[in-house]
Ligand binder design. Sequence first.
Ligand SMILES: NC(=O)C1=CN([C@@H]2O[C@H](COP(=O)(O)OP(=O)(O)OC[C@H]3O[C@@H](n4cnc5c(N)ncnc54)[C@H](OP(=O)(O)O)[C@@H]3O)[C@@H](O)[C@H]2O)C=CC1
Ligand SMILES: N[C@@H](C=O)C(=O)O
Length: 257
Amino acid sequence: MGTALVTGATAGLGLEFVWQLATARHDVVVVARDADRLEQLAAQVRAAAGVRVEVLPADLSVPAELERVAARLAVTGEEAGDDRRPVGLLVNNAGFATAQSFVRGELAVELSALDVMVRAVLVLSHAAAGQMTSRGRGAILNVASVAALTAGGTYAAAKAYVRSFTEGLAVELRGTGVTATVLCPGFVHTEFHDRAGVDMTSVPEIGWLDAPTVVAEALAEVRRGVVISTPSVRYKAASALLRLAPRFAVRAVGKYR
Ligand SMILES: NC(=O)C1=CN([C@@H]2O[C@H](COP(=O)(O)OP(=O)(O)OC[C@H]3O[C@@H](n4cnc5c(N)ncnc54)[C@H](OP(=O)(O)O)[C@@H]3O)[C@@H](O)[C@H]2O)C=CC1
Ligand SMILES: N[C@@H](C=O)C(=O)O
């Protein structure tokens, strides 16, 4: 039990995190841009799971809105006149595919990818780690991707940052009672590819993971204090190959998709 804050809670993996956490009796703070969708989710979760749900709409690419989420994470539960409970699990999940050529694409999209998938992860991890270490318990789960090991433009570079950053955070947090885990899935059936307008019809079903399994495995790994969580045997094998292969071979494959 305790309170979990999930970014990117309106769809895909984030939505699944919210449901699995709520049914395990966690209160949840749900963050995303679409306020209507968040309110609808909150009503459903309250009715079905009977837990507290706080709705915190925020565009994580906007510094002032990101700050509001960081301020929520900083709550320790000891502030006078504030009955909000401290967050014991942060899931930094929000993200999107850039799905464009870096050279010919829009610079604003590349910068927004960095803001949402790098800057927000850093800022929110900082706020959460400070509060959690002061209480001597908590967990941070950052969602990267198997793409972190590929040569796939700004998206892959952002995920490589998340993977490396989380490993470093896990080292720094040793002995504090707080853990850091990075989740590195392969393709998962969510809204991710449709939102980006990416045609994935050439990827066979064997290449796909489903959100309930990915999330259940990730939460189990968080409970065990695992640092790098790669769901499924096939993506564990693919990741091992990507780590062992010479980089020229990885580059030769080109973009991850
Ligand atoms: N699906 C896949 O194949 C894989 C996904 N991942 C990673 O998993 C994570 C979740 O993606 P997935 O569930 O698949 O994608 P979805 O498109 O299904 O969900 C993305 C979520 O992120 C939120 N979001 C996007 N941009 C912002 C923003 N600027 N501010 C706040 N919230 C935002 C969206 O909500 P809203 O629009 O309401 O803001 C939505 O809730 C991402 O980090 C992604 O990179 C990793 C590997 C594979
Ligand atoms: N694995 C996905 C996201 O990271 C993708 O690249 O489509």
